[in-house]
Ligand binder design. Sequence first.
Ligand code: FES
Length: 332
Amino acid sequence: MTEVGWVLLPLRLFLGITMIYAGLLKFFDPAFLDPTSPNGVRSQMLAAAPGSPIGPLVTFSADHAALFGLTIAMGELLVGLGVLLGLWTRIAALGGLLLSLSFFLTVSWGTSPYFFGPDIVFVFAFTPLIIGGDGGLYSLQVVIRDATRRRMRLAVPPPADESAHVALEVERRTLLRTGVVAGGIAVGAALLGGVGRLTASARQGDATAAAPTMPAGTTTTTTTTTGGGTANGVKLGKASSVPVGGVKAFTDPTTGDPAYLLQPKAGTYLAYSAVCTHQGCTVGFDQPSGQFACPCHGARFDASNGDAVRGPARQPLRKINVTESNGVLYAV
Ligand code: FES
């Protein structure tokens, strides 16, 4: 079994550390639970839903974005701790596989070819740990089991002729003790997550006070009218719902693609498809730089005109013409 443990150890280290890091990033990110932020979990869910094979489920989750967002962050943290510490390793790996599968079916579903998206790789990376566990190497569960045996004045490791009754009693007590330890770790993780959310809230307050704005100098073919124009197009919503200097996520009514509305200065509206022109991932808005950023391969797009300013994407984001009439925005 130990050989299996050594073979799986690099995978445990990578997946454990990565999942802990991913969970903490979400807890400490001010935008993650912000329902108005295009980089928040709600906007990401709404952007991913139209093209996802589990779209209705994603839309339902978006309606309860804070609950699902915190569940995802806590899930990643617990999966990472379980895999890294060797506590209920198989169950933790199964949780990691399910989380990765849900990401593959949502944010990575539009990635083409499929192997450019990282989530499908994570799905299969967790599989060996489901099959082999931690192999008993650097395993908190083994430590607890051995301690249980010593308290019961039993030999460590167990003799070959140990009765099934004794072995069952050892497992029962080990299960209870690992449950207590796992509960303690979960409480610790929840406290850490709470600290993250408090820190994120404080940072969000600072950012609001600083009120960064988008770069001016807009050059675009986007149609913009103010005050009383005729509305010829598909209604997108109230103009006031798009913050000045910010963006609002919406679904392009003509294609069903995720898209963004922007108001770089009061009364001027822009709209772009959020589909990256490289391989089709959904871009997010990076407020400080005034650029759209693609999470898949790092392309960036100028929010003032949609142009690709960093590869591998070369083509600009597709523009969507919008017009404003009586305080309502329309796609035309
Ligand atoms: S899909 Fe590759 S950079 Fe966006």
